[in-house]
Each structure stands twice: as structure tokens, then as C-alpha cells.
Design a protein around this ligand. Structure first.
Ligand code: NAD
Length: 350
């Protein structure tokens, strides 16, 4: 059944069909999504916003023209076709369940939960209600990363042998954040585990992770690592490596390389602009973007365009609830591998 058949967010007026969005969680990422929905995506209309902190929702309401609402009113509102869950991670599962039971289409920021049993509760609610669901794995919509994926899918580099991902933040988060974040694999590498799933059309079956504290000893004291290497084995024999760091002094270093029997496809870091200069001593160019909001802005816009298309044209979710579950399982397997010093089969996680 397509979402159009189900009547999700579709009117009969001229194109594009209007999808009315209610957004929960008006923090850093919620504010960005509210702006994109309001300004950048024809067909999406932000009708209501909610947050447990009323000043936060009032601020977004004033900036966008949406009404500030309670969570209960938003979930019950006739003028909300889709709920965007952008609140803190520990609220996601309850809100997914409530939105599904209210019959709303759902966009949920990553991760659904740090706990696989809780993810399964969300999966069950979405499946029982048969509502559209999309998880906010925005890197799928980065034009460079997508070009690698499309090249692999079209056979442009023959048989895929190896995928390499480099994922480095410019600066570490505060140790207090690290202590509640779920750790480097669930908090940071979850995007990379999704990129793996996106590019390689074969499930991860085994994870071997090594980690070290090379950046900030307080991250170690908080029970985490700040530097890691992860090796993944896929069901079809493809091998993936991911190298992670919480600190790259030159910026937000995000690269993807697929290597196969017929060549390789690469998504490199974009410079801020294409200008560069050469002197007798050196050739220099612009630095790479500093943080995720610089680097991935276009991907967030494309993510919302994809959500609109998904709700109005139907078809499979661009990043569905099964992607949310699979990436959480791989992240948990990486954590277990690091703790136990051995390769971990993903099926051990259940
Ligand atoms: N896809 C990405 O690139 C990306 C980037 C950053 C954050 N995120 C995810 O987005 C989510 C929010 O992150 P953030 O950086 O915006 O955090 P934040 O702390 O800036 O904002 C969270 C907001 O949620 C509100 N909130 C808390 N409990 C709530 C509840 N029960 N109901 C309604 N609102 C509630 C808080 O008051 C706050 O305004 C997290 O799950 C995070 O992992 C995703």
C-alpha cells in the first residue's frame, strides 16, 4: 500500500501535495529541522511545535509561524500528518509509540534508542500501526556519499571488495556528555554503521573493534574511548573498515571509499570553496568544513525532500525502522567487541 493510498498527508490540490508536520523537540537539531521544513521544502508545512521547555517551543514558533503546542495536543491534532521527533534520545521510543498509535507518519532523529529491546518496542508499534517511518540518517543524502553508493549499486566498480570510512570530529564533546552519550559507537559511529548499510548491499555479520584514549584522558575516565578502528565482515564476504576519532584538528573529516574489481569510488571532503594558491614554498587551499552543520546542510534538506516524496509517492522508506535496528545492533556488537577483545557476531545481540 502506498502512502498516497493510505492518505498520509496528501491533499488533492496542485502539486506538490501538502504534508503538515508537527515537530517535537526544539533544541539544536529541532530548530534546524524546523527552519528547513518552513523555508526549504515545497510541500512541507510546519503547523505545530512542542518541547518540555516552553521557551524552546515558543522560540521556534515565533521564528517559523507554527503554533506552540503541548505534546499531547500535537499528537492528536487534525492538522498534523507527520510527527518529527527531534527531542533527546531517551524520549524517542515513547514518542514513536505514541505517534504510531495516533496514526501519524513519523520522522525520528537518530538513534531510536541505545537499547535494542527498546528499539524493538518502537519497531513493533510502527509495524502494528502500519505508519510510514523514516530515521534521520542524513548522510545517505549527502551528494558525495550518495554518488559512491549509486556507483556501487550500478556496478560501476565491479564487485565490491572493500569499503573504507574515515569519520573524525573536529573536537571532542565535554566529558559530561560522553558519560551519558552511550559511547563512541552508539553516539558517533551510528552514522557510519548506517553508511555501511547504505553502500554495501549485504548485512554485517561480524564486528571487531579496537579503541584507545588518545585525545582526552577525561573521556577514558568517563568510560569511553576517543579513537577507534572497526572492522566489519559482511555476509557476502565484503570487508569494511571504519576509523574514528573525536579530534581532527583540521576539521570535520568525513570520507568514504569503495574499492572493487573494476575500480574505486570516493567521496572526499569538500573545501569551503574551490580557490587555492601556490607559492615557491607551498600549495595551499581552503580548510574543510568545521562541523556537521557546515558539512551536511545540503543532506538535511535532501532528507526532508525525500521524506516528502516518501509520504506522497509511496514506496519504501529512504531509511526505515529496520535500518535503525540494524545499526544499533552493529554498534552494540562493536562495544562488546571492544570490551571483550574479540570479534563479535551480530546475531549474538539477538
Ligand atoms: N542526524 C544528526 O546529524 C543529528 C545531529 C545532532 C543531534 N541529533 C539527534 O537529535 C536529538 C536531539 O539532539 P540535540 O542536539 O538537538 O539536543 P538538544 O539537547 O539541543 O535538544 C533536545 C531538545 O529536546 C527537548 N526535550 C527533552 N525531552 C523532551 C520531551 N520528553 N518532549 C519534548 N521535548 C523534549 C529539550 O528540552 C531540548 O529542547 C538526539 O537524539 C540526537 O542524537 C542528530
Amino acid at each position: 500500500m502506498s502512502n498516497r493510498d493510505a492518505g498520509f498527508g496528501v491533499d488533492t490540490g496542485p502539486e506538490p501535495a501538502a504534508v503538515r508536520v508537527g515537530l517535537i523537540g526544539c533544541g539544536r537539531i529541532g530548530r534546524m529541522h524546523a527552519d528547513i521544513i518552513t523555508d526549504d521544502v515545497p510541500g512541507l508545512v510546519l503547523t505545530a511545535v512542542a518541547d518540555v521547555v516552553s521557551e524552546a517551543s515558543a522560540g521556534v514558533a515565533a521564528a517559523t509561524g507554527a503554533r506552540a503546542s503541548s505534546i499531547e495536543e500535537l499528537l492528536a491534532a487534525d492538522d498534523v500528518d507527520a510527527v518529527a521527533i527531534c527531542s533527546s534520545t531517551d524520549t524517542h521510543v515513547d514518542l514513536v509509540v505514541a505517534a504510531a498509535q495516533a496514526g501519524k507518519a513519523i520522522f525520528c532523529e537518530k538513534p531510536v534508542s541505545l537499547d535494542l529491546a527498546q528499539v524493538d518496542r518502537a519497531v513493533a508499534a510502527v509495524q502494528a500501526a502500519q505508519v510510514p517511518f523514516m530515521i534521520g540518517f542524513n548522510r545517505r543524502f549527502d551528494p558525495g556519499h550518495k554518488s559512491v553508493r549509486d556507483c556501487v549499486a550500478e556496478g560501476g566498480i565491479g564487485d565490491l571488495h572493500v569499503l573504507r570510512i574515515t569519520s573524525r570530529d573536529p573536537a571532542p564533546p565535554p566529558p559530561e556528555y560522553v558519560a551519558v552519550s552511550g559511547g563512541i559507537f552508539l553516539d558517533m559511529a551510528i552514522h557510519d554503521f548506517d553508511m555501511v548499510r547504505y553502500v554495501v548491499a549485504s548485512d554485517v555479520v561480524e564486528v571487531f573493534a579496537r579503541g584507545a584514549v588518545r585525545v582526552d584522558p577525561r573521556i577514558g575516565e568517563a568510560g569511553d574511548v576517543d579513537t577507534a578502528m572497526i572492522m566489519l565482515t559482511h555476509a557476502d564476504g565484503t570487508l569494511t573498515s571504519i576509523d574514528l576519532s573525536r579530534e581532527a584538528v583540521y576539521g570535520y573529516d568525513q570520507r568514504v571509499e569503495a574499492f572493487g574489481s573494476g575500480g574505486m569510488a570516493v567521496s572526499d571532503n569538500p573545501a569551503r570553496h574551490a580557490g587555492w594558491r601556490r607559492t615557491k614554498d607551498a600549495t595551499t587551499g581552503e580548510p574543510i568544513p568545521w562541523f556537521f552543520l557546515d558539512r551536511y546542510m545540503e543532506s538535511y534538506r535532501a532528507e526532508w525532500r525525500a521524506f516528502h516524496t516518501y509520504l506522497t509517492d509511496g514506496g519504501a522508506s529512504p531509511s526505515g525502522i529496520e535500518d535503525a535496528r540494524a545499526t544499533t545492533a552493529v554498534a552494540l556488537a562493536a562495544g562488546r567487541s571492544l570490551r571483550e577483545g574479540r570479534p563479535v557476531r551480530v546475531e549474538e545481540l539477538g
